[in-house]
Design a protein around this ligand. Structure first.
Ligand SMILES: C[C@@]1(CC(=O)O)C2=NC(=C\c3[nH]c(c(CCC(=O)O)c3CC(=O)O)Cc3[nH]c(c(CC(=O)O)c3CCC(=O)O)/C=C3\N/C(=C\2)[C@@H](CCC(=O)O)[C@]3(C)CC(=O)O)/[C@H]1CCC(=O)O
Ligand SMILES: NC(=O)c1ccc[n+]([C@@H]2O[C@H](COP(=O)([O-])OP(=O)(O)OC[C@H]3O[C@@H](n4cnc5c(N)ncnc54)[C@H](O)[C@@H]3O)[C@@H](O)[C@H]2O)c1
Length: 213
């Protein structure tokens, strides 16, 4: 199956998780990190999820699932341990045009979550299109080793440079070439790694200005 990869803004969006076991706990944590308003539907919850509900961080519907739980949902994750319930959630969601992930049968839903490495505004994701989550996790570990924490600052530097370049009047192809030139400069990268961000930025600007001279 070919899934179209996008990065979605979930801020304030109603997201429904059906089931409240170990898988739901991981999914709820990820949804909350992205600002979603989580509605949790299950008769039994893990201790961690119960605490979140008691703190008012998620809305817990202490019931067996019914379609009414999907009211107002932007996205839903079917994560019960009952195949027939997950299949019903998927069908109900698709009838209502709500994005849905089947945690136990990926091909049934219309989205899957990738493994991710987050470095500030830089997000590296791996998906095997549902074929092997463990392979995705192993590749995520490799990426995490290769792209250390300094990549958050490095990416921020390129964000700032791009803003400048956009107002510089340079053509798109020149901007691309200039950005690549900064990327190819090992000294700039070394300065970022050493935490010398102002020096890195100055050198990057120097690199850009020498181009236009
Ligand atoms: C990436 C990650 C994100 C996350 O969920 O946060 C994620 N699964 C993770 C871990 C993981 N999941 C499973 C194991 C046990 C080992 C194994 O079975 O291989 C491990 C490994 C572990 O725990 O280390 C079991 C499993 N997973 C799915 C099924 C059902 C099925 O096959 O359809 C079953 C079998 C259940 C059963 O047999 O009962 C389904 C999905 N899991 C996905 C994502 C989506 C596809 C991602 C892709 O495209 O590759 C998809 C399709 C739907 C979804 O959940 O979005 C996260 C890695 C976090 C990280 O470490 O980076
Ligand atoms: N997608 C993934 O990454 C992934 C990883 C591992 C397992 N799984 C699959 O995810 C599913 C859930 O795994 P788990 O370990 O979290 O299960 P679990 O047994 O810990 O939790 C199941 C939850 O479903 C709830 N539930 C059962 N019937 C319900 C109903 N009718 N309405 C509402 N809630 C109901 C239970 O109350 C419980 O909260 C399993 O099918 C498992 O095979 C998915």
């Amino acid at each position: 199956m070919k899934f179209f990869p996008i990065h979605v803004d979930l801020n304030g969006k109603r997201c429904v998780v059906v089931g409240a076991g170990a898988v739901a706990e991981r999914k709820v944590a990820a949804l909350r990190e992205h600002g979603a308003a989580v509605r949790l539907v299950a008769p039994q919850v893990t201790d961690g999820l119960r605490k979140l509900a008691e703190a008012g961080a998620v809305t817990w519907m202490n019931n067996l699932y019914h379609a009414g739980h999907l009211e107002g949902a932007f996205l839903v994750i079917a994560a019960t341990d009952r195949r027939e319930i997950n299949a019903t959630v998927v069908r109900d969601a698709q009838e209502r045009n709500i994005l849905v992930c089947a945690a136990d049968k990926f091909a049934e839903g219309n989205f899957v979550s990738p493994s991710t490495v987050v470095r500030g505004d830089l997000t590296l994701t791996v998906s095997t299109s549902g074929q092997s989550p463990t392979l995705a996790a192993v590749l995520r570990e490799r990426l995490s080793d290769e792209f250390g924490e300094e990549w958050a600052e490095y990416a921020a530097l390129f964000g700032a440079l791009r803003q400048d370049l956009k107002t510089s009047g340079a053509t798109e192809s020149a901007r691309k070439a200039m950005t690549r030139r900064v990327l190819d400069d090992p000294e700039i990268r070394a300065l970022v790694c050493e935490g010398k961000l102002l020096e890195a930025e100055a050198q990057a600007r120097q690199c850009l200005s020498s181009w236009s001279e």
